[in-house]
Design a protein around this ligand. Structure first.
Ligand code: TMP
Length: 236
């Protein structure tokens, strides 16, 4: 299979394939934070995130939420549909943490009355700002697409909350992305991994996600490995 590098992101490389409308996402061991001001990398990060993303997209598909995911092709790589991405990062939150805790003055760990959905503008140059619908309209994103993003975020949350709860994990918040296939059908895209979610152990509150890297908490490799174990463990 011939592969050509189409795009290199901070944590993944995207390659074209011989198949029409199909691309490969190769997960890197690199990590960045704060719009790439902070950089690092650790062994097995790529393959751990590829395996977690594979398991979660499979679970979501089984629960009526299709995505761009086709199959995992090797330890670090998944095959997906090639989509036209919306310039939107959809964040859904169940517990106040990170930028929301700062924005609304809540202590981290405060449960939210109901899930809060936020739409960020995917722009490295601007540092991915939080925008309102009118800003997105000005940027040419349709109301229909924004509605889809918010509804998809809430549906993914409803599916994943009990999945993680059963595994002893609080799904504090997460980020997803949306793209459209060649017929214009929008769907879930990108990845779902400890890079893009906050996972807190239900009993101890321990952080098992990228905040260990962002905040120099140590133990990041073990935390990702533990999340892989919990995500892939069989449940009756
Ligand atoms: P925040 O509290 O920093 O806004 O992050 C909210 C969620 O979004 C958290 O689960 C981490 C995820 N996230 C990303 O996936 N990419 C990003 O660039 C940022 C800032 C957050």
């Amino acid at each position: 299979m011939s592969e050509t590098l189409l795009y290199e992101g901070k944590a993944k490389k995207i390659f074209t394939t011989d198949e029409d409308g199909v691309v490969l996402h190769r997960f890197k061991d690199d990590a960045t934070a704060f719009n790439a001001e902070k950089r690092g990398s650790w062994e097995d990060k790529g393959k751990t995130n590829a395996a977690i993303t594979t398991a979660l997209f499979g679970y979501l598909e089984e629960h009526g939420i299709p995505s761009h995911f086709i199959e995992q092709v090797d330890e670090n790589t998944i095959k997906t549909k090639k989509l036209d991405m919306l310039p939107v990062e959809v964040v859904v939150r169940n517990v106040a943490a990170g930028s929301l805790a700062k924005r609304i003055g809540y202590e981290e760990g405060t449960p939210l009355r109901s899930p809060v959905v936020e739409l960020y503008y995917k722009s490295d140059a601007l540092g991915d700002p939080l925008l309102n619908w009118r800003h997105f309209q000005e940027l040419g994103v349709s109301d229909e697409d924004l509605e889809f993003c918010e509804e998809l975020g809430l549906r993914v949350n409803e599916a994943l909350w009990p999945f993680f709860d059963e595994r002893g994990v609080t799904l504090v918040d997460f980020k997803i992305e949306v793209g459209k296939d060649e017929t214009g059908t929008p769907m879930l895209a990108d990845e779902i991994s400890p890079d893009t979610c906050r996972f807190w152990d239900k009993e101890t509150g321990e952080r098992m996600d990228k905040d260990r890297f962002r905040r120099d908490l140590g133990g990041v490799e073990d935390a990702y490995a533990e999340m892989l174990r919990r995500v892939t463990e069989a449940k009756s």
